[in-house]
Write a protein that binds this ligand. Structure first.
Ligand code: 4AD
Ligand code: MG
Length: 479
């Protein structure tokens, strides 16, 4: 007999039907009621074993976390709490779980702290919270691919090993197979990477954008969705050393088209989760509400998780320039009362306290900030006519801060060359990128969505380590 998944039983319960289910025991109560989970849904199936019908030795092995196979009939439930239950006829223990061992893990059926769960990242998948988070993470990936596929974008696989530093921030992980004890040296004592595997120094990519631009200037519209790596030593709840990024790139788009695409895209993801992840979302909504209730009043979210997603779907994002944002910040009471830790001045980058103020206090909605000073944005962003700012955009989300970074690209070869010089970038090393500006260069634009930050937003999780299966952060690459 083919096993039925618990998700499909809940979708369409067929009372009276004989079915086979396999899964893990969440709890076994009164030597009679099993709560069974198989990962397909947050719902557990109640299975009833009449202990007179089974061997005592077998019943003893039905313990929390053990794996079982159950054959029985689906019947209407006598008890409250569930509409139906499985009347078990045949029972097989597939994998035992020693209760003493379970006691020491996150599988012990009680509430655990997220810190503790992180120490057992290999087992935390078994908990309700992480089951819900990772099912939703899947749904978000799926929503992303379908969004772009429906609009005629091509999914482009950009390299993970690369010689360029797209963002110019120098936060890269070196990739080499030289012997660390005895590397070949240049005369000046530096490592001679000409003798390395690729004949040059290479690193893990920080972004697939430059390669995506090449493809967009031929295929029209492409997107990447892959892992990116940043060796920034920031141990925050929003940074990972290895994270996933989605980077669409569109020929003939300007900054305004880019903003429209971003807004439509982020709304689509929220709508998809609202429509397709109801059970998991409800669970996380309640979890979030409980967490909020334990915070001091002024730090609580006014909206629940589901309302936050609905809000994004139903409201326009606020759009303003960096220059306007500086004005708004400097005119705020918060500024006048000297409550910002960092300076607010035209020409300095915004800190997360400023971004959060705009999004959470001033406008209470997602904000797109554009036209930042050239100095602290990447070399490839298009220079504006004022000579001071570039056609950049950052999307700021409540509770998250920057979720998207993007721009219109500099398509004019002479201006791009000058930017390279200003930023101390050797244009010869980027000859393949510069070349695209010589053969039918056109205006184009794109952006990068931090996938984990998006998953944080739709799940209400507040630490980025809790939305990626195996987080990589400074001093941490266990599992
Ligand atoms: O703003 P960033 O650095 O932009 C780029 O990399 C561009 N090449 C994108 C483009 O225009 N194609 O990164 C984009 C997004 C950020 O807004 C943030 O959401 C996320 O990537 N991000 C991180 N997420 C987790 N951990 C980190 N260390 C991150 N750094 C950036
Ligand atoms: Mg950025």
């Amino acid at each position: 007999m083919k096993r039925v998944k618990i998700a499909s039983i809940f979708e369409k319960p067929e009372i009276g039907k004989e079915i086979l289910v396999k899964g893990w025991v969440r709890s076994f109560r009164s030597n009679r009621f099993i709560q069974l989970t198989d990962g397909s849904t947050i719902n557990t199936l109640q299975a009833v074993v009449e202990f007179e019908n089974f061997d005592e030795q077998i019943l003893k092995k039905i313990t929390t976390a053990s794996a079982v196979s159950l054959l029985g009939t689906l019947v209407e439930s006598q008890g409250s709490g569930q509409a139906f239950e499985l009347q078990v006829k045949e029972l097989e223990i597939i994998g035992e779980a020693n209760p003493d061992d379970v006691q020491k893990t996150v599988m012990q059926p009680k509430k655990h702290s997220l810190d503790y769960l992180r120490e057992q990242a290999h087992l935390r998948f078994r908990t309700n919270t992480f089951g819900a988070v990772f099912r939703i993470r899947h749904a978000v990936s799926f929503a992303i691919h379908s969004f772009f596929n429906d609009r005629g974008f091509f999914y482009l696989h950009t390299p993970i090993i690369t010689g360029s530093d797209a963002e110019g921030a120098g936060e890269m992980f070196r990739v080499t197979n030289l012997d660390p004890q005895n590397p070949p040296l240049n005369e000046d004592g530096t490592v001679n990477y000409k003798e390395d595997f690729f004949g040059k120094a290479v690193n893990l990519t920080v972004s697939g954008q430059l390669e995506a631009e090449l493809a967009a200037l031929a295929l029209g519209q492409v997107y990447t969705f892959g892992p990116t790596f940043r060796a920034e030593n920031s141990n925050t709840s929003r940074h990972l050393a290895e994270f996933w990024m989605i980077e669409p790139e569109v020929a003939f788009n300007d900054l305004n088209d880019n903003m429209n695409l971003t807004e439509e895209f982020l709304k689509h993801i929220c709508k998809y989760v609202l429509d397709n992840c109801k059970d998991d979302l409800k669970f996380l909504h309640d979890r979030d509400a409980q967490e909020q209730s334990q915070k001091p009043q002024n730090e609580r979210n006014e909206l629940g998780l589901i309302e936050r997603l609905e809000f994004v779907v139903n409201n326009d994002f606020k759009r303003m320039t960096y220059t306007e944002a500086i004005e708004v910040l400097r005119n705020s009471n918060h500024y006048k009362k000297k409550k910002f830790q960092y300076e607010v001045e035209w020409g300095t980058d915004l800190q997360s306290e400023h971004e959060r103020y705009l999004v959470e206090k001033e406008y209470k909605c997602p904000v797109i900030l554009t036209d930042y000073p050239a100095a602290f944005k990447a070399f490839y962003m298009r220079q504006n006519d004022d000579g001071k700012t570039v056609a950049a955009m950052d999307v700021l989300f409540p509770g998250i801060g920057e979720i998207v970074g993007g721009s219109q690209r500099e398509e004019r070869l002479d201006v791009l060359k000058k930017k390279c010089a200003d930023f101390n970038i050797h244009e010869e090393e980027l000859w393949w990128y510069m070349d695209t500006r010589k053969f039918g260069s056109v205006p184009h634009a794109g952006f990068g969505l931090g996938f984990e930050r998006m998953v944080m937003f739709v799940t209400g999780m507040t630490n980025i380590r809790d939305v990626i299966p195996f987080p990589r952060t400074p001093q941490n690459a266990e599992f």
